[in-house]
Design a protein around this ligand. Sequence first.
Ligand code: NAD
Length: 290
Amino acid sequence: MKIINGKKIASNLNEELKDRLQGLKKNKNIVPTLVVILIGNNPASKIYVKNKQIKADEVGIKSTVKMLSAETSEKDLLDCIDSYNNDNDIDAILVQLPLPSHINANKVTDAISYEKDVDGFNSKNIGLLAQGRPYIVPCTPLGCLKLLHTEVNLIGSKAIILGRSNIVGRPMSYLLTNQNATVTLAHSKTKNLKELCLDNDIIIAATGIPKMVKSDWVKEKAVIIDVGINQIDDKNHKKILVGDVDYSDVFSKVKAITPVPGGVGPMTIHCLMENTFKLSLLRRNLKYNF
Ligand code: NAD
């Protein structure tokens, strides 16, 4: 069994990206620019946005945060997005989710120009991914794919995804299908989940249910990507983070597994940086060859 060290893999990829960004600046005088729109005061969202800013700074991406109050109307948010769509200095736009309940998230993700849609949640980008001709791929599924590539040949493999959200499970299913895996997309209404898991070489867990996947769900030598990030109290009533997989229970049985924290999380941020870089090239019809 092996721990898939997402933190280390992401750190190496960030170093490579930093070099490419330096090349872009030196040769073309371009510094890709990301704008993050943050609505309201959700403490977790504030931390996520701060972490994105820190990583952007580290690799050499210019990032700005547009803070809007929780009372901002949907129309004002859509107008704000539109102004960034038309701003030639901006390469990538991210609206931090979740949004206040009076704002329709689908309207918002669809308002972002597909060419600046760094999260890849816009219905045009999801459609292109589903058709096997992606323009930009959502960050968490892309990070999971990069981790899988370090461990397993996906062609003809059997993979099950637990969870069908628009940000993780569904796009992950398209991505793995495009990679020639045979995919089962499971969800809260799926029957015989344990048996289905036992029949698969790869399990991607993204349900938000702490330690849901136990060792008797897992095939010998399976590869497991644990997307879940759940805060629970440990025996001493201390807050800890755990995944959707019971890590210590499955560990001796699997071929490889991502830890939580230090698995998928750092890869998601890396892919956000990579997507910003990629959008800045695509928008200018540049290929990476310098
Ligand atoms: P979500 O709540 O939007 O979706 C959960 C999905 O799980 C749903 O599709 C639901 O049908 C399915 N589900 C619920 N109960 C189930 C069950 N008993 N059996 C099978 N499927 C079941 O969640 P999300 O936004 O996709 O996030 C999932 C988890 O991943 C959360 O813990 C979240 O914090 C984490 N996450 C991590 C990252 C990262 O970068 N590491 C990114 C996004 C989400």
